[in-house]
Design a protein around this ligand. Structure first.
Ligand SMILES: *Cc1c(COP(=O)(O)O)cnc(C)c1O
Length: 429
């Protein structure tokens, strides 16, 4: 442990002139080439990762960092997990892609396992989270016309302000983030945006054209926003009363992050469709899915929706492994146990450089006092101390370490957050 900590507590400059020059050149070269030859659709922290193991990653110069982002929850099981690697190697050596023109021996086990895990009848597999959302939208519209009888091309879907559902042209059409939607019109019609956490606003927005309510049970990108406890139950009631589908985007909140398979479980709510992604591929390849009963997914018939890569045998093998790990492994219990540590520690930050903090399971958003630092500056200071996190919306830091992190490492990471806050407050006088 102490060795890991001392490795984490590095400074960027080791002080040795020869080593420093080499080291700086390597990182600088990577970043220079990337900045020249890649589009600037991201603004990464200046860390060039070469390897990962568990909750830790190592950069090209041998510095170690505690990964407290975990690929936005795509890496829930950490880096280099032996079970996931074994499953990947096994499947890569057999068959990787056939298209859905044929069945494979990995397909039925995966759709059976995933539907069983969440208690629904059917799975429609895709690749990215955005594709699962797009699929959910298509299913909802088709269901609205065929089952509910909404007049042709009039279906609407109610979504929440502050949402993040992905980056396609349709999905950014109902984003409230000017960076996400600005300059990408014309926008897809058929969406109504109401404030997140406000069930009355949903009740008011529903009418005869409403096919679905599409929401994140916890908003991740918005800063880990946990809605009031009666929010999801009331959405369920409103949907039942008005013959509207309730679609839960669990792409980030699902598969263990909150200590349960579905964040919806915390309030005992069962939506009509779940959208999963991120962790479903075990951090090895993109795997996403819509999971719902046959009366919902049944509206899509052969030729009406699909994907060349969706449901490929490699993806299915990884998805089956993830489902098995969640059912049999310690991950959900660990996320709950470590989540209590996380909740206790972040509560202590409030008033000490942090204006508000929220968490559910092993997932937290802390709003840093913006007179002390921007979120970006916080992330840079934390990286210098060997902790990787990502800011979201101004001065909010999201913490979502892999569920495999051990308690000492989690506490060490939070010690670094505390130390950065202490330094900033001292500097501010
Ligand atoms: C990340 C995310 C998506 C989009 O997933 P991609 O794989 O990046 O397309 C959709 N919904 C939520 C809630 C997400 O967090």
């Amino acid at each position: 442990m102490s060795e890991i900590r001392s490795l984490g507590q590095h400074t960027v400059n080791s002080g040795d002139p020869a080593e420093t020059e080499n080291a700086a050149t390597t990182t600088t070269q990577h970043i220079g080439l990337a900045e020249t030859h890649s589009a600037h659709n991201y603004n990464p922290l200046p860390v060039v990762i070469a390897e990962g193991d568990g909750a830790w990653v190592t950069d090209v110069e041998g510095r170690r960092y505690l990964d407290c982002l975990a690929g936005y929850s795509a890496m829930n099981f950490g880096h280099h997990h032996p079970d996931l690697l074994a499953a990947a190697h096994r499947q890569v050596d057999r068959v990787t892609l056939t298209s859905r023109a044929f069945y494979t021996d990995q397909f039925a086990p995966f759709v059976t396992a995933l539907s069983g895990l969440v208690g629904k009848q059917q799975v429609l597999p895709m690749n990215t989270g955005a594709e699962a959302v797009e699929t959910g939208i298509k299913v909802a519209r088709r269901w609205g016309y065929e089952v509910k009888g909404i007049p042709a091309d009039r279906a609407t879907i109610i979504v929440a302000g502050g949402n993040f559902h992905g980056r396609t042209t349709t999905i950014v059409s109902f984003s409230e983030d000017p960076d996400a939607y600005g300059g990408f019109g014309p926008y897809t019609p058929g969406f109504r945006v109401v404030p997140y956490g406000d069930a009355d606003a949903i009740a008011q927005a529903v009418d005869a054209t409403t096919a679905a309510v599409l929401i994140e049970p916890v908003q991740g990108e918005a800063g880990v926003i946990v809605p009031p406890p009666d929010y999801l139950p009331r959405i369920r009631e409103i949907c039942d009363r008005n013959q509207v589908l309730f679609i839960a985007d669990e792409v980030q909140s699902g598969l263990g992050r909150t200590g349960t398979v579905r964040a919806c479980e915390h309030t005992g709510v069962v939506p009509d469709a779940y959208l999963f992604g991120k962790a479903l591929g075990g951090g090895i390849l993109p795997v996403s899915a819509v999971v719902a009963d046959a009366d919902v997914l049944g509206v899509i018939r052969p030729g009406q929706h699909g994907s060349t890569f969706g449901g490929n045998p490699f993806a299915c093998a990884m998805g089956s492994t993830v489902v098995r790990m969640l059912s049999e492994g310690p991950y959900l219990a660990d996320a709950r146990r470590l989540g209590e540590v996380l909740a206790r520690r972040i509560r202590g930050f409030v008033g000490n450089g942090v204006v508000a903090a929220r968490s559910i399971g092993l997932w937290a958003g802390i709003d840093v006092d913006d007179s002390l630092a921007t979120g970006r500056e916080m992330c840079e200071l934390l990286a210098e101390r060997g902790v990787l996190v990502k800011d979201t919306h101004g001065s909010t830091i999201r913490l979502s370490p892999p569920l495999v992190i051990d308690e000492d490492d989690l506490n060490w990471g939070l010690d670094q957050v505390e130390a950065v806050l202490t330094d900033l407050r001292a500097a501010a006088g």
